[in-house]
Design a protein around this ligand. Structure first.
Ligand code: GLU
Ligand code: MG
Length: 468
């Protein structure tokens, strides 16, 4: 197995790795605001030119990145640190870039937004480290065009950790594990998750930019490898009404930039979780901004079909309450081990760059204001009625994309953190005007809400056609 343990830092490093590993082609990619990855295939001969000038794309065709059909090209300028050898395709490498337009940083670019937020943390001496758990399902369509899990034997009520379900996908899961290890991300476990057809492949944490790049590549790799095994991988938050959803949990900590020590680690924590005061303040910041932050980490209509309390028959393992505590999966923030906490809200229906930038902004605000998350939750929150939740002083996460977007537009901290973007004049002509990125994002997401949620469904017809 050829493990790429070295992370390139410069174009010269990339050139050396390209020559050493006989790389012939490079996918030069960037992702837009909704999380779609775009790429151009560039022959390795043109590497130096690619890193100097970027790969050009018609931004309006690529997705949502603040452009119209009249706009100049976006240039995706690769970051040498994102260089990866594609494990399943000899001779191919992959790089991820930040978007520039006419040589300038483009503030609509999600990776740029995360980078800028990381720089703000660095000014205070912090490095934001984060791990992700990307859940996905292997699915397909049956003879009637119905979405089904690919493995038709995977139909138990509680398939979680089922050794036979894992064995039936042995070739797929071991291929994934080997590829993840070749990428140098140290895969430490793969399991059959709680949903039918659902898997998770765990990798170690890293600094936020590296982790967001890894998440994007991991998703691309999973979807590609699943296809090679005749299946389809979906990261959709809730593809089946009666099956557990797919999360993208973030496990977060802040580290000292000078000493590389974990600032969330405190063995003398009086609450007994091994979390420092700084860690509690960061967590309190996430809880404080949770409703607007949800629009970034649970960014589609479908996301809110996942964020529902579990029942005896449909288990969900997701938060509906803005609460924190120990190793309890019914709350938003779970402290499962000392020195870090997990946010269970995120899913993979949007951009991890925007999600992680928002998490960092919310957490830093908690530190700046010295917020305290209060006493930890110890109960099964899925069993409490809305009035019992309110009596405990616990707030609820938004129940729809429309609601979370509303809160996002009211959140001045996230508004400031996500920055300002240039806007054209009324006829598309250049102008010196700007608007907050949050307002641009809110327009996209409100339109998406109406596009998806306004459709009259078969269930609605059944429910209301002749009723009452
Ligand atoms: N599948 C659950 C979710 O949608 C999480 C299960 C777990 O704890 O890993 O977040
Ligand atoms: Mg999981």
């Amino acid at each position: 197995m050829k493990t790429l343990t070295e992370q390139a830092q410069t174009v010269e490093d990339v050139r050396r790795l390209v020559d050493e590993h006989d790389i012939e082609f490079i996918f030069a990619s960037f992702s837009e605001v909704r999380g779609k990855s775009n790429a151009k295939l560039v022959p390795a001969d043109h590497l130096e030119e690619l890193f100097a000038n970027g790969a050009g794309f018609a931004g309006f065709a690529a997705g949502d990145i603040g452009q119209g059909p009249h706009s100049p090209d976006v240039e995706a300028v690769p970051d040498p640190r994102s260089f990866r050898i594609v494990p399943w395709q000899p001779g191919l490498a992959h790089v991820i870039g930040d978007v520039r337009v006419e040589g300038q940083e483009w503030p609509y670019c999600p990776r740029t937004i995360l980078r800028r937020q990381i720089a703000k943390a660095a000014e205070k001496g912090y490095v934001f480290k984060i791990g992700f758990e990307a859940e996905f399902m292997l699915v397909g369509f049956d003879e009637d065009g119905q979405l089904v899990v690919s493995d038709r034997q995977d139909n138990w009520d509680r398939p979680c950790y089922d050794v036979k379900g894992l064995t039936r996908q042995y070739e797929f899961v071991t291929t994934m594990s080997k590829y993840v290890s070749e990428l140098g991300w140290d895969n430490y476990a793969v399991d059959h998750e709680d949903g039918n057809g659902q898997f998770e492949c765990n990798v170690t944490f890293a600094d936020a930019l590296e982790t967001a790049d890894r998440a994007v590549f991991f998703r691309y790799m999973t979807e590609t490898v699943a296809q090679q095994f005749g299946s389809m991988a979906t990261f959709m938050p809730k593809p089946f009404t009666d099956n557990t959803g797919n999360g993208l949990h973030y496990t977060m900590s802040l580290w000292d930039a000078g000493t590389d020590t974990n600032l969330f680690d405190d063995p003398s924590d009086p609450r007994g979780f091994g979390l420092s005061e700084l860690g509690y303040q960061f967590a309190a910041g996430i809880l404080e901004h949770a409703r607007g932050y949800a629009a970034m980490v649970a960014p589609t209509v479908n996301s809110y079909k996942r964020l529902k309390p579990g029942t005896e028959t449909i288990r969900t393992w997701v938060p509906v309450c803005m609460a924190y505590g120990g190793n309890n999966r019914t709350q938003m923030l779970r402290i499962a081990r000392a020195g870090a906490f997990e946010d269970r809200t995120p899913d993979f229906s949007g951009s991890p760059y925007l999600g992680m930038a928002s998490a960092l902004a919310a957490g830093l605000d908690g530190i700046e204001r010295g917020l305290d998350p209060g006493e930890p939750n110890t109960v099964n929150l899925h069993n409490l009625s809305p009035s019992e939740i309110a009596e405990r002083g616990i707030g609820m996460l938004p129940a729809s994309l429309l609601e979370s977007v509303h809160y996002l537009t009211k959140d001045d901290v996230l508004r400031e953190a996500l920055g300002q973007v240039p806007v054209d004049g009324p006829d598309g002509e250049p102008s010196s005007k700007t608007e907050d990125f949050v307002d641009y994002y809110a327009r996209l997401k409100r339109d998406e809400y109406h596009e998806v949620a306004d459709i009259v469904t078969a269930h609605e017809i059944k429910r209301y056609l002749t009723f009452p």
